[in-house]
Design a protein around this ligand. Structure first.
Ligand code: DAH
Length: 343
């Protein structure tokens, strides 16, 4: 009797393997599972029913063989179940719309800063950086701004609580000092970066803004070098048709000093109602001058031997002029409708 049962189980195993091969869907899986494991009339159940006809000594062996078969059937069917459901989860529906992956782009201020940097890199300038948190000495005193100078007034400057001589730099000019303290001429640098002033935000002011500083020191440098450099720079950036105007100005760290205007690229002075130049025909663009001998001395550079020029400009202002932007706050509002126009 037990031998017959053994044969039947072996046969069932072979059939089962064949059945496994044809399963392609969960519907077929359920059918096969019922066929072997259904409580009422599954093949395994039929084997179990035969146990009661066996002799007492054969019963344990029969139970063991049937159980081994049952465990094997369950294991194989579970594997197939997993395989079928895995396939379902990873099925690709090619008719679905593609995911929208947003692609970022540089901010307009980065675009303009890079363009300015590239012009000066081509002229052989080196890019240097200084810290945004500065000493009063580097920001003011070494630049020939003695105590009591209006720019040192608390109104304009952010102080660091608890430190009377540490401030947020109000311009990028202290990088000149840092560089000259550590290098002897020839010096040819630009320094882009953030500056901070305690201004109420309005269409042309924000407490955080960006500047680019330029400095060239060498033997025999005079005002025409400054003029030629700025002319080359401004024509590269704004176009060959733009002309420059140098007006006498005052900065404590340059002597003489000049404010530089460009002719209005929109109306060239022809439209009294021009929205860019307000009818003046000129746009103020930067401050500049010949480095004050006292500033050179403060950095241990001999003003009898060397001379130089310097200039500084606001990057937001340059960007506003070039792109006709009327409110500086737009750079910082993070409104994608604005930013996306330039990326
Ligand atoms: N530091 C000046 C400012 O923030 C700008 C400036 C003017 C920089 C003249 C210079 C310069 O280097 O020579 O208003």
């Amino acid at each position: 009797m037990i031998n017959e049962l053994k044969k039947e189980i072996e046969k069932a195993k072979t059939c089962f393997l064949e059945d496994l091969n044809i399963i392609q869907s969960s519907k077929e899986l359920i059918q096969i599972k019922d066929n072997y494991l259904s409580r009422k009339k599954g093949i395994v159940t039929e084997f179990m029913k035969q146990i009661k006809n066996l002799s007492a000594e054969d019963k344990p062996l029969a139970g063991k063989l049937i159980n081994e078969f049952k465990v094997e059937v369950e294991k194989q069917l579970n594997l197939i179940h997993d395989r079928l459901s895995y396939g379902k989860k990873n099925e690709i529906d090619y008719s679905l719309p593609a995911f929208d992956i947003p692609v970022g782009s540089p901010h307009l201020l980065s675009i303009v800063r890079t363009a300015l940097e590239n012009i000066f890199l081509e002229m052989g300038y080196e890019i240097t950086h200084g810290p945004e948190v500065e000493t009063e000495y580097n920001n003011f005193t070494a630049l020939n701004m003695q105590e009591g100078h209006p720019a040192r007034n608390e109104q304009d400057t952010f102080f660091i609580k608890g430190y009377s001589d540490i401030i947020l730099r109000t311009h990028t000019s202290p990088v000149q000092i840092r560089y000259m303290e550590n290098h002897q001429p020839p010096i040819k640098i630009i320094s882009p970066g953030k500056a901070f002033r305690k201004d109420e935000p309005d269409a042309t002011h924000t407490p955080v803004f960006s500047q680019i500083e330029g400095l060239l020191v060498d033997k025999g440098i005079h005002f025409s070098h400054l003029k030629g450099t700025l002319e080359l720079f401004i024509k590269s950036f704004f176009g060959q048709n733009v002309s420059l105007r140098f007006r006498p100005g005052y900065f404590p760290f340059t002597e003489p000093s000049a404010e530089v205007d460009i002719s209005c690229y929109l109306c060239n002075g022809s439209n009294p109602e021009c929205r860019i130049c307000k009818g003046t025909g000129w746009l103020e663009i930067l401050g500049s001058g010949m480095v004050h001998p006292r500033v050179l001395e403060n950095c241990n550079i001999d003003p009898e031997k060397y001379s130089g020029f310097a200039f500084g400009m606001g990057i937001e202002r340059i960007a506003m002029l070039k792109y006709g932007i009327s409110d500086i706050r737009m750079f910082y509002d993070n409104d994608l409708r604005f930013l996306k126009q330039f990326g």
